[in-house]
Design a protein around this ligand. Structure first.
Ligand code: ZN
Length: 627
């Protein structure tokens, strides 16, 4: 209701008295005389404790003693005034006037009447504060999403500047020019709405062909620069700010990672042309490895130490129960590998060195079970450590573990549209429910982020998993692409987290070739975003996102619609999870999914690590739900 000024000046004091009289007994949190019986108290809008989320994470102040709550008097969401300090919002409390004054990061000021939570603690209405300081709020079930609004995008001397009403962070990805598509720079601002910025931005610069803005997903505003020639922008300061500054880099977009310097047979599971080996860099002579040793750190951890004048670059892959490590632009010194011949460890069956060419060496580690591995070059000593360990949550039995299954999308967020008229959200849910039933029959505890056609915001999905202390988080999706011939499943893991990669791998071994839907292999989510996928990034446990096939491929989608295929996919994921936890010695004997045998020298890496900036925009656009 909106009163005009004249009436308001007369009525306001009266309304105020009525409001305070009605509010105080309840808001003060003590039973007051004449308070309505519990059955007549206003019903909560939604059960449970409300959550405030900003950029995919719960928003809370340094003093978390007071959780957000709905004032029972009017259901307004209230929180402690310090809730907003992570947004650069400061406050002062005036006890006498019963107000709190907030100052936003750019000097905007808002004063609101405070309320009192039980125990007499001061609390303020959340939406009123955020909106007064230029932010936006949106309820989704019991979660309030707080977002910044972009106010300007400018280009100054090659420097891109993005302003927002609340502090934000952003990621930058470069996309190489392909055929008719120009090179692009994609800036994703987390926790922001594009607001009233024009879709076509009038940015002028010597290398700018066109610029546009858009809402990539509910929590991410996107700015795309189309370039005349390859160019790059450095990521902004990682600290949240209302002004993001992106400086130009000399390196062309997409070339921020070192080139690969050795010919590797093309990988069978990832035939994308952009994964082809790059030509060698002429400037560097091959590194010479003087010693290769295996250290027994514990029965659950082994370390391969590669000693060289400078740490070699490595391309690694899990495939068929073995870990293949290609040392690029590297030669082996005489007797360098002699110490490996007698090496023993419970995680390893055998370790061998192959020399496919004069400037490459390949380490083949046959595993007794899937491992988590990390590759860490030691800048000072030139040594390279490859640590193999029992993955997190592995060992023992799968029964009794807690798994959160996340069916992607839901309700109005329908995901990809299948070319035969079915929606991704329904395929995801059917597979998720089948996976739940299968896991439960195996004695596994299961939580679903949704069990019907409802919308669950991304932040809430991983928040549920974190809050429940789950051991595993498995997100189920189906892919889409502009090119209808693209087909197959892909399993994403977060960045280079060894345990997540190990789980993606065991699921891949079970999914590959299943019922005619091939698998494109496992991929780090960095191939999509430099910060990875939100549901994986925000989940604190071992987590993967399975794209079960392409909604845009006739063969895939026809199968994805069938109950039998949905069941087989669910079984494959459950079996892969079991392989991860309990081990599976058959992984290397190919009993899992028979495939033609290749001569050993030709065993290619299953999934070469894609360059971090080699973002396929196709994939990025189509995976909006994951992000
Ligand atoms: Zn999806």
């Amino acid at each position: 209701m909106r009163l005009n000024r004249h009436h308001a000046s007369v009525i306001d004091p009266l309304l105020f008295l009525i409001a305070v009289g009605a509010l105080l007994p309840v808001a003060l949190g003590r039973p007051a005389q004449g308070a309505p019986p519990a059955s007549l108290a206003p019903a909560p809008v939604a059960p449970g404790i409300p959550v405030i989320v900003y950029a995919g994470r719960p928003l809370a102040g340094p003093d978390s003693a007071l959780a957000p709550f709905r004032d029972p008097a009017d259901n307004i969401l209230c929180a402690a005034p310090d809730t907003f300090t992570p947004l650069g919002i400061s406050f002062t409390t005036n006890q006498k006037a019963e107000t709190v004054s907030f100052t936003g990061p750019d000097g905007a000021v808002a004063t609101v009447r405070f309320r009192r939570a039980s125990g007499g603690r001061v609390a303020v209405p959340v939406i009123e504060v955020i909106e007064a300081l230029g932010g936006k709020c949106q309820w989704q079930t019991n979660t309030l999403h707080v977002r910044a609004v972009l106010t300007s995008v400018t280009l100054l001397g090659g420097q891109l500047r993005v302003k927002a009403t609340l502090p934000v962070t952003a990621t930058v990805a470069g996309v190489r020019a392909t055929g008719k598509e120009p090179a692009k720079i994609i800036v994703d601002v987390a926790g922001a709405e594009v607001g009233s910025l024009p879709r076509q931005l009038s940015l002028s610069g010597p290398n700018i062909k066109a610029a546009r803005s858009g809402q990539f997903n509910e929590d991410t505003a996107r700015v795309v620069l189309e370039l005349k020639e390859p160019g790059g922008l450095a990521p902004p300061d990682p600290r949240p700010s209302t002004l993001l500054v992106f400086n130009p880099t000399s390196a062309p977009a997409g070339s921020q990672r070192p080139s690969i310097t050795v010919k590797i047979p093309p990988a069978p599971v990832s035939r994308r042309p952009r994964n082809k080996p790059k030509p060698p860099r002429p400037s560097q002579a091959p590194a010479v490895v003087s010693a290769l040793t295996l250290r027994h750190v514990s029965d659950k951890k082994a370390r391969i130490v590669i000693r060289a004048a400078r740490a070699p670059q490595v391309r690694s892959a899990l495939s068929r129960g073995r870990l293949t490590l290609d040392l690029l632009n590297t030669t082996l010194g005489a007797n360098a590998a002699s110490a490996l011949s007698g090496a023993r460890h419970p995680l390893l069956r055998a370790i061998r060195v192959l020399v496919p060419s004069a400037s490459a060496a390949r380490l083949v580690v046959d595993l007794t079970r899937v491992v988590a591995y990390t590759v860490s070059p030691q800048a000072k000593s030139g040594e390279l450590f490859i640590d193999l360990s029992l993955p997190s949550g592995a060992g023992g039995r799968l029964a009794g573990k807690l798994v959160v299954i996340d069916a992607g999308h839901g309700a109005h967020d329908a995901g990809a549209r299948g070319i035969i008229g079915i929606w991704e959200k329904n395929v995801n849910l059917a597979i998720a429910l089948a996976l739940r039933d299968r896991l439960q029959s195996d004695g596994v505890n299961v939580l679903l982020t949704r069990s019907d056609d409802t919308f669950v915001p991304l932040g809430e999905r991983s928040y549920l998993a974190n809050r429940s202390g789950a051991d595993f988080f498995i997100s189920i999706h189906a892919d889409s692409a502009g090119n209808r011939s693209v087909s197959g499943s892909t399993i994403y893991y977060h960045k280079q987290i060894g345990s997540c990669r190990a789980l993606a791998y065991t699921i891949y071994e079970r999914l590959n070739g299943l019922n005619g839907i091939p698998s494109k292999g496992i991929r780090s989510d960095r191939v999509l975003y430099t910060n990875g996928l939100a549901v994986l990034r925000n989940s604190q446990m071992v987590s993967v996102l399975v794209e079960c096939g392409y909604m845009t491929n006739l063969g895939d989608v026809t199968k994805l619609r069938q109950t039998a295929t949905q069941q087989r996919i669910a079984d494959a994921i459950a079996d892969g999870l079991r392989d991860y936890v309990e081990g599976n010695p058959d992984l290397d004997t190919k009993n899992v999914n028979p495939r033609p045998t290749l001569p050993e020298e030709m065993v290619p890496p299953a999934a070469p690590e894609p360059p971090a900036f080699d973002t396929g925009e196709d994939a990025a656009q189509n995976l909006s739900a994951g992000e």
